[in-house]
Ligand binder design. Structure first.
Ligand code: 5RP
Length: 231
């Protein structure tokens, strides 16, 4: 196992220590979340009683394969705990998510959870968000108009940079919700709250990858071990 994979596993193990029998869980997406699902599955086969709401078809498939019991957010609209990865996090536990394209379901699930624990390797902690391109999920109708409106909304905040329509296999990437993703390379986002409000005001934007006020705890693993930041 690579060092990075081991750190993801360590962060996942720390989050798992917060899971108790009887809990309802939001289950994230991405390689770190997958490390969590694998450890969770071991506990489930050893008798842990939980039920999970997956944040993507990909995570749902892995849970099914490993025997992690699943439900839907409609059946279980209030969750005890959501565990998910992140592309970037700052010291105020504001996040950029959506590198794996699951940001919409991830945000809905995080908002439905009493607590969100974010698991990541140390390299994801940054001073200022924005080196990782911000995913913006948009409706396919009028995507060029939405693209221009996103560009304008960002530029009014002094944010410029390339906006690209995410591709996969030579075609536009389609999310689990049937939408497209624009990745916005702003470089630095000094005021994530203002950008969040500005993006939500653009018709055609379904959701964006800035997670503000959602994470309650950030578990970071790296060469120095595992540590937690709390909000
Ligand atoms: C998916 C996400 C992931 O949590 C994020 O991309 C981090 O992934 P990884 O754990 O593979 O680095 O937001 O939409």
């Amino acid at each position: 196992m690579s060092e990075a994979a081991e750190w993801k596993r360590q962060a996942a193990r720390e989050a798992l220590s917060q899971v108790e029998s009887g809990m309802t869980l939001g289950i994230g997406t991405g390689s770190t979340a997958e490390a969590f699902i694998r450890l969770l599955a071991e506990k489930v086969s050893a008798g842990l009683k939980i039920v999970g709401v997956p944040t993507s078809e990909r995570s749902a498939a892995l849970c099914r394969e490993l025997g992690v019991p699943l439900t839907t957010l409609d059946e279980t609209p209030e969750l005890d705990l959501a565990v998910d990865g992140a592309d970037e996090a700052d010291g105020a536990l504001r996040l950029i998510k959506g590198g794996g394209g699951a940001l919409l379901r991830e945000k809905i699930v995080a908002a439905a959870a009493g607590r969100m624990v974010v698991i990541a390797d140390e390299a994801k902690l940054v001073e200022t968000l924005g080196a990782f391109p911000l995913p913006v999920e948009v409706n396919g109708f009028g995507v060029t108009a939405t693209y221009l409106a996103v560009e304008k909304a960002a530029s009014l905040l002094g944010l410029t940079g390339a906006l690209t329509l995410r591709q996969e296999g030579g075609r536009p990437f389609i999310t689990d919700g049937g939408h497209l993703i624009i990745d916005a390379s702003f470089g630095r986002i000094p005021d994530p709250e203002a950008l969040s409000i500005a993006l939500h005001a653009v018709p055609g934007v379904v959701e964006h990858g800035l997670f503000i006020g959602l994470a309650s705890s950030l578990v970071l693993a790296g060469p120095g071990g595992v540590r937690r930041l709390e909000r």
